[in-house]
Ligand binder design. Structure first.
Ligand SMILES: [Zn+2]
Length: 302
């Protein structure tokens, strides 16, 4: 596979709220254009540790990014670093902690908010540091980056759903309506991105609880959605681990020897991919930790 990829991380989005409130994405599911998989977040169910998990495939306990106050560069290869090594173009419209993990730490807003430096892992960036920075602006920042730089990998990371959860809790109209708002914004972009040749993944780092926080092991804190849109996905039932997302993005980008675990059942085995294999050898699936998936219906496994 050799695709361009957009990864949308809707910070703090609980799986059930995504399932119930995001009508546009559900419309794509009803048209067999998208699939929703439930994912159980790694622990602790906190932002910075799980940004590292999503972008490197390494659990917080192993990465050392075990709370939000650890301000340093990642010690592991990431989608950004691996893509850059392969001479692909990377970009992100994201919270400033992403810049701290993969570009420069600590974040200096004057220096780092607008980033254009091919030597950095995130080569083209528009970062923000206020949790109420509007999601609408984050998507506009991302679309500007996409149109300006045509990135192979683009991370889009809005914060307003998490912000609403901290202010009003999981079971609140404000939290649900912020998720509905993100769904409406996405409806303006998804077809544009598909037409531009992107495969799209939409997920979250962690969920939310009714104490207006997250961090523990409650199901509502750990259950997050993974929507996949595009013809490089199998759209078949499988059980996806949060640690596998990084490897799956690497596979989609066509990166070789990335060393990351991935779930081969998530991906479509395209005819040209099969033809590229040597004769009389089966397609290597050993990197998958879920080669024989449990074939659970995604909506029923939570
Ligand atoms: Zn939060």
């Amino acid at each position: 596979m050799n695709n361009k990829v957009i990864l949308v991380v809707l910070d703090g989005l609980n799986h059930q709220v995504a399932h119930d409130c995001m009508g546009y994405l559900n419309a794509l599911i009803e048209q067999d254009r998208a699939t929703l998989y439930p994912v159980i977040s790694e622990l602790p169910s906190m932002s910075r540790p799980l940004y590292e998990c999503l972008l490197t495939g390494v659990t917080p306990a192993k990465s050392g990014i075990v709370n939000n106050d650890i301000v340093r560069l990642s010690h592991h290869s990431s989608v950004f670093s691996l893509a850059k090594q392969a001479s692909l173009t990377t970009a992100a419209a994201a919270y400033h902690w992403m810049s701290e993990l993969y570009n420069i730490a600590p974040y200096n807003a004057v220096r780092d908010r607008f980033t254009d430096d091919p030597s950095l892992n995130i080569q083209h960036g528009c970062f923000y540091h206020m949790d109420h920075y509007p999601d609408e602006m984050v998507f506009l920042d991302a679309e500007n980056l996409r149109q300006q730089h045509n990135p192979d990998f683009l991370l889009i990371h809005p914060m307003n759903i998490d912000d609403a959860g901290h202010k009003f809790g999981l079971d609140s109209s404000q939290y649900r309506n912020t998720a509905r708002g993100a769904d409406i914004i996405l409806s303006n972009y998804v077809d544009v991105w598909l037409d531009a040749g992107y495969q799209i993944l939409i997920t979250s780092d962690h969920g939310m609880n009714n104490d207006r926080s997250h961090g523990g092991i409650l199901p509502e804190e750990r259950a997050v959605p993974l929507f996949v849109i595009g013809d490089s996905f199998s759209h078949q039932p499988t059980v996806m681990q949060q640690t596998e997302l990084c490897g799956n993005v690497c596979q989609l980008l066509g990166l070789v020897d990335h060393g990351k675990a991935y779930n081969s059942a998530l991906l479509n085995k395209q005819p040209e991919f099969i033809r590229q294999q040597p004769c009389n050898t089966s397609i290597k699936t050993s990197a998958s930790t879920n080669t024989n998936n449990q074939a659970e219906k995604s909506e029923n496994s939570l």
